[in-house]
Ligand binder design. Structure first.
Ligand SMILES: *[C@@H]1O[C@H](CO)[C@@H](O)[C@H](O)[C@H]1NC(C)=O
Ligand SMILES: *[C@@H]1O[C@H](CO)[C@@H](O)[C@H](O)[C@H]1NC(C)=O
Ligand SMILES: *[C@@H]1O[C@H](CO)[C@@H](O)[C@H](O)[C@H]1NC(C)=O
Ligand SMILES: *[C@@H]1O[C@H](CO)[C@@H](O)[C@H](O)[C@H]1NC(C)=O
Ligand SMILES: *[C@@H]1O[C@H](CO)[C@@H](O)[C@H](O)[C@H]1NC(C)=O
Ligand SMILES: *[C@@H]1O[C@H](CO)[C@@H](O)[C@H](O)[C@H]1NC(C)=O
Ligand SMILES: *[C@@H]1O[C@H](CO)[C@@H](O)[C@H](O)[C@H]1NC(C)=O
Ligand SMILES: *[C@@H]1O[C@H](CO)[C@@H](O)[C@H](O)[C@H]1NC(C)=O
Ligand SMILES: *[C@@H]1O[C@H](CO)[C@@H](O)[C@H](O)[C@H]1NC(C)=O
Ligand SMILES: *[C@@H]1O[C@H](CO)[C@@H](O)[C@H](O)[C@H]1NC(C)=O
Ligand SMILES: *[C@@H]1O[C@H](CO)[C@@H](O)[C@H](O)[C@H]1NC(C)=O
Length: 525
């Protein structure tokens, strides 16, 4: 017998015999996993990286697998050239959406063990996709890391909940299970792309940042730590209320699509577009909040509660940031009177009691605001977003780097245009990838920042990449940016944060207050 080790892929060759023999004519690099062979779909030879596109990390979640926990994908006999789905496939518009992309430098060697970014997008648990933000700008600073971006199920397929649903075997919070699956896939396979499974930084924004925090606290902390470090930007999550509300919603959607009593087998047979249309109608009719719900299992409690109780498994360094005016710069639509403020608290938290409404109103006195709409907007900024930062920071023993974004209007997402700033967008239509014919559509950046200050953007990217590469935002490019103190650095009583603006400065944490502490108790649960 004659073996040619040179013909073997980088690693993980043991199971290769189970796969059909494959050859590719592409000059693009190929990675062979135990269930799939993937040819890069695009690359930039100048910058020195390639993109492997639309790798299945879970079985297609349709039919009986709709509302099931994700399972590992079956063996694929066709070579994956990136065209199993549209380049920008997303879970709001396509049910077969559980794909991920891996962006890796071209010069990896068999021994490469590069740090890995696993990116989780935001979009309020109903929107967003792996292709919305891409790492071209980051690769301009360094090609010493791997970038993974994945989709998770959204809306009705990702957040089926409530007793009637769960008692029939529906998987609660499937969207959270998808995230766990994406991290487990990365831990299992990223070595084959030159990455180090022990050097993963979870980077997330908004709902995606909350996904990261849900993973730290999943199963009340009785679960493996999936990533070594976390970079959490504006974690968004509305801890609504429990079983009754979820059940009413499930019944509303099921009756709209003609399924009696919310029967799961009937619901699994409904066409995806019909289902999502009925869902959207029901959401707008009842102002329903599509958010993960406490299920006693993967979401044993709200993550805020679990942080205070020490029920999490995460020991790594963490960065946590928020924006000055996440939501409070504009009156909340529909809230015109003082009565409306209470009405909207009851809409967001259907089980809230009158005394807790009074407590909230007292913490945000009407006299502090020029309109009831601004008053409610400020409350929402706290309960949807910024209160979470304090819970996470304190849970880590304040051993965190905190930031506030004051750039421009500093509304929710303003920072995203900076973090993902790039002078160009990689086209996934590559002349070398003969079968690939997909184009990358990029959505407008969240937050609507019109002009991005490139100098500021590159500095923010350097903090992020320094953290990814070394576990400290200060270590790399120290001459190029202000020293970012840890939360307790330099003041043993008050928290400190960096302030991202046209110039960089440091200041006191504006979130360590009784407002944050109030919301984090989730008294309506
Ligand atoms: C590769 O090229 C050869 C010769 O041109 C052709 O016969 C073969 O079908 C090609 N294989 C693939 C996978 O495209
Ligand atoms: C595409 O193919 C050409 C010729 O084979 C090669 O010189 C070039 O580096 C390839 N480009 C990429 C992005 O791999
Ligand atoms: C490749 O990257 C460089 C920056 O490193 C950029 O200027 C160029 O436009 C990119 N080319 C393509 C085809 O994306
Ligand atoms: C790949 O190239 C980059 C840029 O030249 C360099 O910094 C890096 O060390 C190289 N990595 C390897 C594994 O050779
Ligand atoms: C926490 O994560 C670590 C690292 O993955 C693991 O060894 C440990 O068993 C986990 N703890 C629990 C309680 O599951
Ligand atoms: C729909 O939801 C509303 C309020 O959440 C509830 O009053 C109503 O009974 C529900 N309809 C059905 C058919 O379940
Ligand atoms: C609040 O005011 C807006 C216009 O300013 C109006 O469209 C809306 O109907 C009002 N809402 C209520 C509940 O009165
Ligand atoms: C690529 O896709 C476009 C748009 O879907 C289509 O018009 C074009 O014919 C396709 N090209 C190839 C080579 O398949
Ligand atoms: C941010 O910088 C701008 C321009 O220098 C300045 O006008 C603004 O006051 C700064 N914002 C804060 C909150 O310091
Ligand atoms: C630092 O600590 C002192 C008290 O020790 C306090 O007066 C001061 O305001 C603190 N905060 C900041 C951000 O400097
Ligand atoms: C952590 O910071 C909070 C303020 O956010 C402060 O009250 C607390 O004493 C600090 N705890 C430790 C252990 O430093």
């Amino acid at each position: 017998m004659h073996f040619s080790t040179a013909a073997l892929p980088l690693m993980g060759a043991a199971l290769a015999a189970a796969l059909p023999a494959v050859t590719t004519n592409s000059s693009m690099p190929t990675v062979r996993l135990d269930y799939s062979t993937i040819v890069a779909a695009a690359g930039n030879t100048t910058a020195g990286y390639v993109k492997y596109q639309n790798i299945r990390f879970a079985a297609v979640p349709t039919g009986d697998l709709r509302w099931a926990k994700p399972s590992w994908p079956p063996v694929e006999t066709e070579i994956n050239t990136g065209t199993l789905a549209a380049a920008d496939v997303d879970c709001a518009s396509a049910e077969d959406c559980l794909y991920l992309d891996v962006w890796a430098p071209s010069n990896i060697t068999a021994g490469s063990k590069l740090p890995v970014i696993v990116w989780t997008y935001g979009g309020g648990f109903t929107g967003g996709s792996k292709s919305e933000s891409t790492p071209e700008g980051l690769f301009d600073l360094s090609t010493d890391f791997i970038f993974v971006a994945y989709n998770y199920r959204l809306g009705i397929t990702g957040l089926g909940n409530g007793p009637r649903y769960a008692h029939q075997g529906g998987a609660t919070n499937a969207a959270l299970w998808d995230v766990q699956q994406a991290f487990e896939w990365t831990r299992k396979y990223i070595g084959e792309f030159g990455g180090n499974a022990e050097a993963i930084t979870a980077v997330g924004f908004s709902a995606g940042a909350s996904q990261v925090l849900f993973q730290m606290t999943r199963f009340a902390g009785h679960a493996e730590q999936l990533f070594a470090q976390a970079y959490v930007m504006s974690p968004g999550f509305v801890p609504g209320a429990g079983h009754h509300h979820a059940d009413q919603f499930w019944l509303n959607v099921s009756s709209a699509v003609g399924c009696v009593d919310g029967k799961l087998d009937c619901m699994r047979a409904v066409d995806f577009d019909t289902l999502t249309t009925a869902t959207t109608d029901t959401v707008s009719k009842y102002t329903y909040q599509f958010q993960p719900r406490v299920d006693g299992d993967i979401a044993a409690d709200t993550y805020e509660a679990q942080f205070y109780q020490g029920r999490f498994n995460f020991t790594g360094p963490m960065v946590v940031s928020h924006e000055l005016h996440e939501m409070n710069g504009m009156a909340y639509a529909g809230v015109n009177t003082t009565e409306d403020v209470a009405t909207y608290l009851r809409i967001f938290f259907p089980s809230i009691t009158d005394d807790v409404v009074e407590e909230a109103l007292a913490l945000y006195p009407g006299a502090d605001y020029t309109s009831p709409g601004l008053r409610f907007a400020d409350m929402k900024q706290s309960f949807d977003l910024t209160a979470h930062n304090l819970a996470a920071t304190n849970a880590m023993g304040n051993n965190t780097w905190n930031a506030r974004v004051d750039l421009g209007a500093a509304t929710h997402g303003t920072d995203q245009s900076y973090i993902w700033y790039s002078t160009y967008t990689l086209s996934t239509t590559s002349t070398n990838s003969t079968t690939s014919n997909s184009t990358m559509k990029r959505q407008a950046p969240v937050g609507g920042a019109t002009a991005v200050d490139a100098t500021v953007a590159v500095k923010m990217q350097k903090y992020l990449l320094s953290f990814v590469l070394t576990g400290n935002p200060n270590t790399q490019w120290p001459e190029d940016k202000l020293h970012w103190p840890k939360y307790m650095e330099g003041n043993s009583t008050d928290g400190t944060q960096i302030i991202f603006n046209t110039t960089f400065s440091t200041g006191a944490d504006d979130l360590a207050n009784e407002k944050s502490l109030f919301w984090n108790q989730v008294l309506w649960y």
